[in-house]
Design a protein around this ligand. Structure first.
Ligand code: SF4
Length: 290
């Protein structure tokens, strides 16, 4: 008998729910205006396509250029994971109607960074280069320096004995601990704040805590989603004997991977629609019912 289990939490986190609700409500609030989002509202193409269908367009390419060329009384929505602060001023100066869908947790981190900068500290920001949240935090001040998780960090650029160390909310919690240990070797008085959000951390811990007999882990989410990719990394490192892979929709499910498995676990990124997760669960369960 094969065990097929959903690993909780599943589906939208609070920040994604809030962003989608702001976007959908904007259609009722501003029925006669053009509505745009400055980049992906959340990192899931199914969600972005659904918003396009109701007339909410996602801007890609050069944001500054796009903002400068939008019709004067358009609505601009700032996405869940933040944006370069200079876009606030441009949007205001152009007379755009601004809707702020930035997640409370992302805002909280920006505010911690501002507090420490105001106190004269340097900041080591651990994140992924060009992710919107990283771009947003780096735009706060030149004393916020990126520790790119994919590269070595040049510690000589930090002259503060006790820099603030803070991070993107959707990093791998196991990898972050190693990075903190490395930073502490250089700055024993570093002020370390682990700011992985609850939604991300709980999903990662649930994968680590899976029973050892798990032999297939399916992660449901978009390949552009940081938290989804981190779930896959953790599944592979915590359960090296299991097969683990990521699917963004039911069509990507590898039917051959299900055959002969005894314990299948399904997890999902924080911006994955419940319908997508349920379709994949049903598809797997039905494969054993035949
Ligand atoms: S994953 Fe975390 S930081 Fe990102 S929107 Fe959700 S709650 Fe906010």
């Amino acid at each position: 008998m094969t065990k097929v289990e959903m690993i909780y939490p599943q589906g939208y986190c609070a920040g994604v729910k809030n962003a989608i609700s702001i976007a959908k409500e904007s259609k009722n609030k501003y029925p006669n205006k053009k509505i745009f989002i400055l980049g992906n509202l959340v990192h899931n193409q199914i969600v972005i396509n659904a918003l396009e269908k109701i007339g909410i367009s996602t801007i890609s390419g050069d944001f500054e250029d796009a903002l400068n060329n939008l019709p004067k009384d358009s609505v601009i929505i700032f996405p869940a994971h933040g944006h370069d602060e200079k876009y606030d001023q441009i949007a205001e100066s152009k007379g755009l109607i601004i809707l702020d869908a930035v997640c409370f947790k992302v805002k909280q981190n920006a505010s911690i960074i501002k507090d420490y900068i105001a106190k004269g500290h340097q900041v080591i920001y651990i994140g992924i280069k060009n992710h919107p949240e990283t771009t947003a935090c780096l735009s706060i001040d030149e004393n916020v320096r990126l520790y790119d998780i994919k590269k070595d960090f040049d510690f000589s650029q930090i002259s503060d004995d006790s820099p603030l160390v803070i991070n993107q909310t959707t990093l791998n919690f196991l990898e972050l601990t190693d990075i903190h240990d490395e930073i502490k070797k250089h700055f024993k008085n570093a002020i370390i704040q682990n700011e992985i959000c609850n939604s991300t951390r709980k999903r990662q811990e649930a994968i680590v805590n899976l029973e050892d007999d798990v032999d297939l882990i399916v992660i449901v989410g978009d390949k552009a989603s940081s938290n989804t990719n981190r779930l896959l990394e953790i599944a592979k490192s915590a359960h090296p004997n299991a097969e683990s892979y990521l699917v963004s929709n039911v069509g990507e499910l590898d039917k051959n991977s299900i055959i002969n498995k005894k314990h299948i676990a399904i997890s999902s990124g924080a911006s994955t629609p419940a319908e997508t997760i349920n379709m994949i669960y049903e598809e797997i369960v039905n494969a054993f019912a035949k």
